[in-house]
Design a protein around this ligand. Structure first.
Ligand code: SF4
Ligand code: SF4
Length: 99
């Protein structure tokens, strides 16, 4: 199988590794990936005790059980893999695009 490739500045072949999924069993919502993503792909979400997403920053009533990172704009990902590099829990899956 061949994959979509681009060129680096010196013309070398570069194969982007796009963010495909985040395993919410492994993600601890640390936010490190959010900080390095320049494309606005990611969004932090709170999770309530029933497993529903909620506002992670509005916890006046103590409903936020934990936080997880979600993929908000998958199509904006450029496949730089910076988020994978900083993730300490191996929660993310990345893959190239089939050509
Ligand atoms: S691979 Fe790059 S562009 Fe895509 S979500 Fe991760 S940091 Fe953002
Ligand atoms: S860096 Fe990893 S553990 Fe931290 S929020 Fe991102 S996906 Fe979750």
């Amino acid at each position: 199988m061949s994959f979509v490739t681009y060129a680096t500045r010196d013309g070398s072949t570069w194969t982007p590794e796009y963010l495909m999924s985040i395993d919410h069993e492994l993600c601890i919502g640390c936010g490190r990936c959010f900080k390095v993503c320049t494309m606005g792909v990611l969004k932090l979400q709170g999770v309530d005790e029933e497993g529903n997403f909620c506002d992670p920053f509005d916890d006046d009533e103590g409903e936020v059980e934990r936080k997880v990172m979600t993929i908000e704009k998958a199509g904006a990902c450029i496949g730089c893999a910076s988020c994978q590099t900083v993730c300490g829990t191996k929660a993310q899956k990345h893959a190239p695009l089939a050509a």
